[in-house]
Each structure stands twice: as structure tokens, then as C-alpha cells.
Write a protein that binds this ligand. Structure first.
Ligand SMILES: Cc1cc2nc3c(=O)[nH]c(=O)nc-3n(C[C@H](O)[C@H](O)[C@H](O)COP(=O)(O)OP(=O)(O)OC[C@H]3O[C@@H](n4cnc5c(N)ncnc54)[C@H](O)[C@@H]3O)c2cc1C
Length: 270
């Protein structure tokens, strides 16, 4: 849609060139920004000209620029020892989108939207991603993805603070994984999206619950838990009031399918 409150689009070549004030909004792919009126925004700060390489393989892992588009992530082929790379496509498929969104939406934009059904939130939280944030005045800071999102459409970003990148560590990329996702309708938004990763000998089992909860939740076990242990851990960490209900599924439904899918994942990895 046309945003008729916008009077200027800035295309800075560096972060320092941005003179931030109220009324500014960072523009990633624009798939959400242009989907509804932005009454409080008069200036868009387009991030594209910052020219960040979308994906960089380093000894530490995979650095995903905030401006990396969903399609870039889809096209990525990692080294064979990164066994979790096929999870990228599985999460991309869980994302409700048209080809326009596929080609325009950015990974950073999805994290900054911080929606429960944010499939890039699920992916990067499950792979223990670390966000690098650039505050307006101050040194860059790092926040795990699982702590970056604080609630429905809420995160730790301060005014004018930019999400620069997400690092997926080599250790997480090298683990085995299993994933389950469910929607009420065939092409509907995720009602629950669960991912677990585990070491080769069943050690360090990490379950990530998302979409069913307002923010992603980690449940970590020293070794692959039994069905009863995992059920109890979910009960303890996520009491009945901790679930997120909306038109894509009631809280009770999401809670129910989470237990069901978590057990499937556990059995697959055991
Ligand atoms: C038909 C349709 C279906 C959709 N389905 C889903 C879905 O299933 N799940 C879902 O999560 N979303 C969905 N969305 C919402 C949105 O398209 C996605 O969340 C998308 O990933 C947003 O990315 P973007 O790059 O287009 O963000 P933009 O629209 O450019 O920006 C989104 C927000 O993040 C801010 N922002 C962007 N980049 C940064 C940055 N680097 N640092 C700080 N702030 C930044 C912007 O200022 C804005 O507030 C859907 C939208 C539509 C129109």
C-alpha cells in the first residue's frame, strides 16, 4: 500500500550517516511496513545501501546480515558437516508468504517484527543465534535470539537501535535436529513450531518451543530426556497461562499440540 505519511526515504551508506529522530523507521524488505498505515512514521531509512554481505561463513559459524533476504538463505549451501542447514528450508516453508515476500523480506525484518509465528525467529533461536545490535550511542552489544524477542511484537531494541546481524555458531550448525510445525489451515500461520537439536551421543538436548508461546522458549537437558521427563519440563516451564492464543489457534490447542509434537521430535532424535 502507499504510505502517505512518508515525506523522505534516506539511503545511508553507513550507520554513522543516519541522524536518527522520532518518526524514522528502518526499512528492511518493507513487507510489513508497506502492509499497513504507519501513522507515526515520516521517514524510512533504507538499509540496502549499507551493502552488507548477506551470508558470511567464518570459523565461528554463519553470520547472517540483518538485510539477508529469505531467498538468500534458501539458496545457501553450507559445508557438509553443518548438518542443521536443511532446517533453513524447513523453517522458510513454515513462513506464510507469497513469492513477493520470499524475494523481499529480510531475516532481520522478521526478527524485529518479533511475531510468535516468525519462522526466522524460530530458526535462529533453535540454532542458538546471537544478535549483534548497534545502539545509537554506544558500543555494539550482543543478545541471544531467544532473549531478543520479549513478547508479541516486542523486543529489546532501543529507539534507533539497529539489528546488524545474527551469528549461528558452528557448534549448533553441526548438531542433529528434528522439527515439527502445525497450522490450523493448510497455508495458515504456525500455531506451533518446535525444533530440537542434540549432540551425536544424545548429549545436550535443546528443545525450542515457538509460535505457541508469545516468545521462543528454550528447554535444555543434559541428555535426551525420557517422554515423562520432557512432558514434566514443559509443564513446569510453561504453565497454562504461558501460551499464546489468537485466530491461528487457541492457547489450549497450541498447548495440546506442543506436547504432541515435542514427543514426536524426542522420539525421532532418541
Ligand atoms: C501476506 C503476509 C504474510 C506474512 N506472514 C508472516 C508470517 O507467517 N510470519 C511472520 O513473522 N511475519 C509474517 N508477515 C510479516 C512480515 O512480512 C515478515 O515478518 C517479514 O519477515 C518482515 O521482514 P521485512 O524485511 O519485510 O521487514 P520490514 O517490513 O522492512 O520491517 C519490519 C519491522 O522491522 C524493523 N526493522 C527491519 N529491519 C530492521 C533492522 N535491521 N534493525 C532494526 N529494525 C528493523 C522495521 O522498522 C519495521 O518496524 C507477513 C506479511 C504479509 C504481508
Amino acid at each position: 500500500m502507499n504510505l502517505n505519511t512518508i515525506v523522505e526515504i534516506k539511503r545511508p551508506k553507513s550507520f554513522e550517516a543516519i541522524e536518527w529522530r522520532d518518526g524514522h523507521a528502518f526499512l528492511g524488505g518493507g513487507t510489513w511496513l508497506f502492509s499497513e498505515p504507519q501513522i507515526a512514521t515520516d521517514t524510512l531509512v533504507d538499509l540496502e545501501q549499507l551493502g552488507w554481505p548477506p551470508l558470511t561463513v567464518t570459523p565461528a559459524g554463519l553470520e547472517i546480515a540483518a538485510t539477508c533476504r529469505i531467498v538468500d538463505l534458501h539458496d545457501f549451501n553450507g559445508p557438509p558437516e553443518w548438518r542443521a542447514v536443511p532446517l533453513f528450508d524447513k523453517c522458510i516453508d513454515a513462513f506464510l508468504m507469497s513469492f513477493k515476500i520470499w524475494n523481499a523480506a529480510t531475516v532481520g525484518g522478521n526478527l524485529c517484527m518479533s511475531l510468535p509465528a516468525g519462522a526466522m525467529v524460530s530458526l535462529t533461536a533453535a540454532l542458538e543465534g546471537i544478535c549483534t545490535l548497534w545502539p545509537r550511542n554506544g558500543k555494539p552489544r550482543q543478545v541471544p535470539v531467544v532473549d531478543f524477542v520479549t513478547g508479541v511484537h516486542a523486543n529489546v531494541l532501543q529507539k534507533g537501535e539497529l539489528l546488524r546481524s545474527i551469528l549461528l555458531p558452528t557448534s549448533a550448525l553441526s548438531r542433529r535436529f528434528a522439527m515439527r510445525q502445525v497450522s490450523l489451515t493448510h497455508f495458515g500461520r504456525s500455531a506451533a513450531l518446535l525444533i530440537a537439536t542434540v549432540g551425536d551421543n544424545g548429549e545436550d538436548f535443546l528443545l525450542t518451543v515457538s509460535a505457541a508461546t508469545p516468545r521462543p522458549v528454550h528447554l535444555r537437558f543434559k541428555t535426551t530426556p525420557s517422554a515423562a521427563e520432557m512432558h514434566q519440563a514443559i509443564e513446569d516451564r510453561l504453565p497454562p497461562g504461558a501460551w499464546f492464543g489468537d485466530v491461528h489457534g487457541s492457547a489450549a490447542y497450541k498447548r495440546h499440540v506442543t506436547f504432541y509434537l515435542a514427543e514426536q521430535i524426542r522420539a525421532e532424535l532418541a
